[in-house]
Design a protein around this ligand. Sequence first.
Ligand SMILES: [Zn+2]
Length: 371
Amino acid sequence: MNMERRQFIPDPAEKIKPKIPDIPTLSRKLEEVQTSSQLSEKEVMSLWARIRQEDRETERKLYEDILKKILTRIQRECGTLGNFGSLEEGKKLMAAPTHPTVKEFVPDVDNPFYSGAIASYDQLSNKIRVHDNFKVNLGPESLVLDLSKEGFSDSITVLHHEVIHSKQDSIDVKDKDIQLKLLIVRIVRALRIGSPLSIAVAAWVPKISVPTALIAALLIFRNKVESQKEKILHEGQAYIGSARFGKGKHVLKTTEELIERLQKSYGIWKRNLNKILIMSHDIKRLYALGMSDESIGEIVKRTKWDNKRNCYDDIESTVKALSETSGLTEEQIDDLVAADDINGAIFIEKSKRIAQEELKKAVDDLENKST
Ligand SMILES: [Zn+2]
């Protein structure tokens, strides 16, 4: 298995033929789209409100229709849907049932108030769990408004982040390692308070209750399952992949921001900072070279840190293989990464313009019909 793991097998479905980017031209293009006149937020709000109907169902259909037109044009005119490409898949993963084993340990898991997080990916159920408010933000009314006002949606960025996690891992309940961990959790539960382990858990969570103890125990074990290396890779790819066509509060554009988030939210140790730097540099390259979330997720799944070469082995060898097949120099690949960033900013401006045009058209159509 180890032998196989180290081999890079190019995916024939993936057409990786990056064009050498022309950064000055791209920058000019960005300036052009940024400075050309667009509607103000007030104008957008007033147009958006004019779609409102007495009948909620009619209203929903109208917004749905506008959203469909916007997304069709974005795909056609930009060649990608950006983070919106995850919308359908994300909704399916949101609707997935919770695995019985998860329910056994966390009975309250489907309660929206169970967790403070707005969204999370549950490996065992292969499900994206979201807060109720989040579902409203994914409705067509909200998305049309977000796109027309900003050219992006915070909730779609988060959804894409979670969809990327679904490409990286899934837990097999039959897996011996997982079974052992579940057994330990079962024992903790059976003993309730009294065993050294559950006392340790109790001390860790103030005001202990059995469900919190279980959640805590699960979290402790999950932290052990998901080692530092995995967190760096998993969160790294999810943040980088969802930042490419994103903007706003959930987007970490620079490696410094990524390091800060990984340290604060995921407790990555200082001595692992160089791993974040190397991961970020290489995963950005894989995306810029044209690889998909899925293919990068596959590599993330199997790659290992190589202490001698100071890199993630499979990631590094994939970057190398792709550089060779594309015939690009190191500098040209750096340019590709820079171009990817500018293209993302152009994409947002274009999406905003398209959304505003479609919203305006819909209002005109609606008002022409009624007069
Ligand atoms: Zn994440």
